[in-house]
Design a protein around this ligand. Structure first.
Ligand SMILES: CC(C)(COP(=O)(O)OP(=O)(O)OC[C@H]1O[C@@H](n2cnc3c(N)ncnc32)[C@H](O)[C@@H]1OP(=O)(O)O)[C@@H](O)C(=O)NCCC(=O)NCCS
Length: 159
């Protein structure tokens, strides 16, 4: 089922009061073993290391991109922990818009590089990451479960 857009779409950084809506979105999109808990959202939204961007339709969260920043010897990098769009809003380019804007915001914070892990069977997500410039760096055998491999991908934000 697709829904008609009734208002304006906005992309911004999530705040602490978004934690219940974010948790509800995770429950819709991911299995219990791999999704964030309410407690993890509370931590991520308070921590200076956490960075969560959301797309809202008339104020209601319809997509999320969750990053965790980390210092390295060369500078700061970020891991894309979760990306999800409500099922009824998929296939309209929203994840691409949200991720594109999030990457731009991270670039402006001088983040050097973004990395992520994705299941090799998730062709949609891999296609999306490749279209934004992510390149595969390593196959992660049995990363999710026995027989469910992962792929590590990376995007340099500075030339
Ligand atoms: C993966 C997900 C975020 C994509 O969201 P979406 O808004 O439907 O994706 P978009 O409409 O923005 O499509 C973006 C790009 O994905 C790629 N894509 C979309 N459908 C695809 C398909 N069936 N096969 C390959 N690539 C595909 C394309 O590159 C597309 O860009 P293009 O239309 O310019 O070619 C969404 O399906 C989702 O929430 N899935 C469940 C959670 C999940 O798997 N998250 C990723 C975990 S790592």
């Amino acid at each position: 089922m697709k829904v008609e857009l009734q208002g304006t779409l906005e992309i911004d950084r999530a705040n602490f009061s978004d934690r219940r809506e974010l948790f509800a979105l995770e429950c819709q999109c991911f299995d219990p073993e791999i999704r964030f808990s309410r407690k993890q959202f509370a931590y991520l939204l308070k921590s200076p290391r956490g960075e969560i961007y959301v797309m809202r339709n008339s104020g209601q969260i319809i997509a999320e991109a969750i990053f965790l920043k980390r210092r390295t010897k060369r500078g700061e990098v970020a891991r894309l922990y979760s990306l999800a769009v409500k099922p009824e809003y998929r296939g309209r380019g929203y994840s691409k818009q949200l991720l594109g804007k999030s990457l731009e915001a991270l670039r402006q914070q001088n983040i050097l590089m973004i990395y992520l892990e994705v299941e090799t069977e998730n062709r949609t997500a891999i296609g999306l990451y490749q279209s934004l410039g992510f390149a595969p760096v390593k196959l992660l055998k049995d990363y999710y479960q026995p027989t469910r491999d992962g792929l590590k991908m990376k995007l340099n934000l500075v030339a």
